[in-house]
Ligand binder design. Sequence first.
Ligand SMILES: NC(=O)c1ccc[n+]([C@@H]2O[C@H](COP(=O)([O-])OP(=O)(O)OC[C@H]3O[C@@H](n4cnc5c(N)ncnc54)[C@H](OP(=O)(O)O)[C@@H]3O)[C@@H](O)[C@H]2O)c1
Length: 288
Amino acid sequence: MRITIFGATGLLGKSLMRECASDEVSGFSSRDGDIRDPLQVSAVVRNTRPEWILLAAAYTDVDGCETNRKLAFDVNCLGAANVARAAKECGSRLLFVSTDYVFDGTKTTPYETDDPRNPQSVYGRTKAEAEVALMQILPECCIVRTSWLFGVTGRCFPETILKLAAGRPEIDVVNDQRGSPTYAPDLAYAISQLCHQGASGIVHATNWGECTWFDFAREIVSGSGLTTVVRPTTSDKFVRPAKRPKYSVLSLRSLNQRGITLPTWQDAVGRYRQERRRISTHPEDQQR
Ligand SMILES: NC(=O)c1ccc[n+]([C@@H]2O[C@H](COP(=O)([O-])OP(=O)(O)OC[C@H]3O[C@@H](n4cnc5c(N)ncnc54)[C@H](OP(=O)(O)O)[C@@H]3O)[C@@H](O)[C@H]2O)c1
């Protein structure tokens, strides 16, 4: 299958490049495939003639989006629409990666794909508006919402926690936001399966299970050999520019109905730790 990836240099993009290695894959960064530039996007798509375009490019700094609103809308919303138009022009299928932050977090049971969007942050708004625009431009597109992404191929929560834990006897982590961690290689696998199935519509894809950031941090530290104590705290002690949903667990019904299940998030944390150890002994592998 011929696949073109926008955002191939990001946390998810690098995992997608690996997952699609046996396909005919081309990957682009913001330098050689800036999605804000419709001409550049159109040239990339015409030159690569993909059956599938995977759109993992985004401005993902959730707090940064609050102050850099124009950049957030230009990349996440207008940029996504540019890719959709180029896909339409060339007859390519499009898979767009979206987020749990399109929801407000007021539910107490997992969000279904047809629950109403009600983003609480600029980042969430840009992704929600992109979803709507893409479905208008390309009704057959596939939108994959995910959450709490982590992996060795980019900056992520587990990396921050391990760095903090290495230098402190105790760390405080919020225990009043619930979600589902998602290991980038597992999401890349799910995305590849969806492409091979020719999927369309909205799909929720995360690792199995849910937790708070405190639970997540405790699991990360507990198998690391560090003796740091992880203590629960509340969000009001860590006020940040962007509001986060209190509860953003995504129902996996849409993924399971397509015959795809991903391992538990605890299993994924174990594999993340192993991969991190492997890279620390073979640093040359990090470049791949
Ligand atoms: N991280 C999470 O926790 C999370 C959660 C839910 C959903 N998501 C979604 O998952 C997707 C992947 O996220 P990620 O964490 O892998 O992102 P990331 O690590 O921040 O990588 C972002 C990617 O987008 C590219 N990019 C940025 N601006 C661009 C532009 N103007 N034109 C073209 N490419 C541009 C970057 O290229 P350069 O390397 O050239 O800068 C990079 O390859 C995004 O759609 C994000 O919204 C992420």
